[in-house]
Design a protein around this ligand. Structure first.
Ligand code: SF4
Ligand code: SF4
Length: 244
């Protein structure tokens, strides 16, 4: 079953006849999709990620922005960009998963397993699912297992190759977190595959790792990071930096 069959979301419909060109709405859009040119308001539908901010903030005094039902696969834009929507799989809003930094209490990554997360896209830039697929393919190439309770799992049709549903690749969102479970022995090839994949993207990608401490306080994956010249901190989660 696709997400499209089970979820509904709303997109912005314009009522341009109500616009009196005040320009107040232009700056609220996190991806610069709202344009006011020659006295006419318009939304660049390719850039719009259906975050709902222009409507929910009530910035427009004459309610030019109105929500309407979104079709599949466009509703994915709202599911991953509108914090007021909830993912069916995880019952969490926004990007639909707990952040990797909660590992200290979740204990998902312990011993010889390391968590690797890639946040693809940021406000102001966004990302397409084609960008996300470059990252999921790198995870698969490196030998990572995708984390099951991530809403992205419903969109990965070939986990062994990291391939997403081909019908969604042109959809754009603010950001998606890809999270994988990696044995320490596969950490270096996974990170190298990710760094190479990210170098081909225009979307920014923030890489992070998380793991547990051994009983003596050491971290089994720390030498791998040090050998790759990443800064190592004595924390459960480390941001390795933006890769694009
Ligand atoms: S829904 Fe979000 S991205 Fe789309 S025009 Fe409104 S503020 Fe911009
Ligand atoms: S806030 Fe409303 S009235 Fe003002 S430019 Fe935007 S759409 Fe037009």
């Amino acid at each position: 079953m696709s997400l499209g069959a089970i979820r509904r979301a709303r997109r912005m419909k314009l009522e341009p006849d109500r616009c009196f060109d005040c320009g107040d709405c232009v700056s609220v859009c996190p991806v610069d999709a709202i344009r006011l040119q020659a006295g006419a308001i318009s939304v660049d539908q390719e850039r719009c990620v259906e975050c709902g901010v222009c409507w929910r903030t009530g910035v427009c005094p004459t309610s030019v922005f109105e929500p309407e039902d979104l079709p599949w696969p466009r509703l994915l834009r709202a599911l991953f960009s509108d914090p007021a929507t909830e993912h069916r799989r995880t019952r969490l809003a926004g990007r639909g998963m707990e952040e990797i930094k909660t590992n200290d209490v979740r204990r998902r990554y312990v011993g010889d397993w390391v968590g690797v997360a890639a946040e693809v896209g940021r406000p102001g830039v966004g990302a397409s699912f084609r960008d996300v697929q470059c990252v999921t393919q790198a995870f698969a190439e490196g030998g990572a297992r995708f984390v099951a309770d991530n809403p992205l799992m419903e969109l990965i049709v070939d986990p062994a190759r990291g391939r997403l549903d081909p019908t969604i690749l042109d959809e754009r969102v603010l950001s998606v977190i890809v999270e994988g479970l990696v044995p320490v022995v596969a950490l270096e090839p996974t990170l190298r595959a990710l760094v190479e994949a990210c170098s081909r993207l225009s979307a920014p990608v923030l890489l992070s790792v998380a793991g547990g401490h051994d009983i003596d306080g050491s971290m089994s994956y720390r030498p791998v990071l040090a050998a790759m010249a990443f800064t190592c901190l004595p924390t459960g989660k480390m941001n390795l930096g933006f890769m694009a």
